[in-house]
Design a protein around this ligand. Structure first.
Ligand code: BTN
Length: 245
């Protein structure tokens, strides 16, 4: 049986604006975590790239407040740790579905997005003094009409697990991969992420800040940047953006 990882605390709110905002508030008051913050529903859930994250009752809305005491570039690698942990959690509850990760940190079930991750931090010039790793998993509901199609455990025919069970799975998987990262660095995380990567070796479209480009998805480099082989055989290294198939 999966048990709650030792050393991690947990607080739950029935309703909150955003668990990532609560993590920021707690960090400002001196809490370094590790602390899981969950909410029954969010009224101001945020996604990546300024999008709204629809957060109805029945889904998992969680943020891990953490202070890894590492430089910002290394902390950013934890978005891959989180994606693997979330993918393993979804796979635990939906063993019949094909669970994959999509760069940089989405989780797909049968090709549709089931989990998203929003990593935020702040620093006073040096290392970040906190990291808020927001993880949403669509258990009971998913938003219709999203640009990248979405799904939920319920839509996969899995009856929604109770929130405490889902969080315990997520927290335990995160703790395991986080320890791996602390002990051995990014290399085993990169391998584990690539082993779960959707469309590796296939054609993808990448949307960057000012352009859209396409090519063959060759993997990620030692910093987590996307490697895209373009028509001219040029290898493009993409640090930030969004991927479509
Ligand atoms: C994305 O894929 O756009 C990221 C979604 C992140 C959603 C989670 S839900 C818990 C935490 N609180 C938020 O406001 N957002 C994150």
């Amino acid at each position: 049986m999966t048990t709650w990882p030792s050393g991690y605390r947990h607080i739950h709110f029935e309703t909150i604006g955003s668990t990532n905002d609560e993590a920021r508030r707690l960090a400002a008051s001196g809490d370094c975590g590790p602390l899981w913050i969950t909410a029954g529903e969010q009224t101001a859930g945020r996604g990546r790239r300024g999008r709204v994250w629809v957060s109805p009752k029945g889904n998992l809305m969680s943020t891990l407040l953490l202070n890894p005491r590492r430089p910002a570039a290394e902390c950013a690698q934890l978005s891959f740790v989180s994606a693997i942990a979330s993918a393993d959690t979804v796979a635990h509850f939906a063993p019949g579905a094909e669970i994959k990760v999509k760069w940089p940190n989405d989780v797909l079930a049968n090709g549709r997005k089931i989990s998203g991750i929003l990593l935020e931090s702040a620093s006073a010039g040096g290392e970040p003094y906190f990291l808020a790793i927001g993880i949403g998993i669509n258990l009971a509901h998913f938003p219709p009409d999203t640009e990248f199609p979405a799904t939920s455990l319920a839509a996969l025919g899995v009856s929604s697990p109770p929130l405490p069970d889902t969080l315990t799975q997520l927290a335990a998987h995160f703790a395991k991969w986080y320890e791996m990262w602390r002990a051995h660095g990014f290399a085993p995380i990169r391998d584990a992420w690539l082993a779960r990567a959707a469309n590796l070796g296939g054609r993808i479209r990448a949307r960057l800040t000012n352009e859209e480009t396409s090519g063959v998805f060759e993997g990620i480099d030692a910093s987590g940047a996307l490697l895209l082989r373009q028509a001219s055989d040029r290898l493009r290294i993409i640090a930030a953006g969004e991927v479509f198939f």
